[in-house]
Ligand binder design. Sequence first.
Ligand code: THU
Length: 160
Amino acid sequence: MGTMTNKEIRIGYSEFDSIDLLNDDDRILAQSAIDAMKGSYAPYSKFNVGAAVRLDSGEIISGANQENAAYPSGLCAERTAMFYANASHPDSSMISIAIAGGRDGILCGNPATPCGACRQVMAEYQKKGGLDMSVILIGRDRIWKFDKVDDILPLIFDSL
Ligand code: THU
């Protein structure tokens, strides 16, 4: 016979009204992500995204979205930052990533949220590094902090 059960996944996160309310490390990382928006090359979408990754050493690596006339050849800010972080510091763990996005360089009111492909890449590096990677999404009016990648990518593929 067997049974059917309805289940629920709940996700907790913190909301802050201002980047000044973040702890020192997170505030500095958030500011790095905002600053990194200047490196965005987005002539097609005009949507600028900056990302900043904190390594367990304390070092911050940032990146910005890079577009291309052949659209799929471009890359999101998050992956630009994470791929460079791992390429240049293969023995470090990524313990936090901050993301800031907005049109024409102006931060969106609500935080811009990372695409599915970037979440999957975060999951990979979180697992490789062996430490939780917090995710800080920065908007003009509010900031959301998730303690680990699992919170923005429930049911992560982990069967290999
Ligand atoms: N983009 C990012 O850099 N990160 C995201 O999480 C979502 C989207 C970029 C890709 C493209 O250059 C532009 O934003 C519009 O999609």
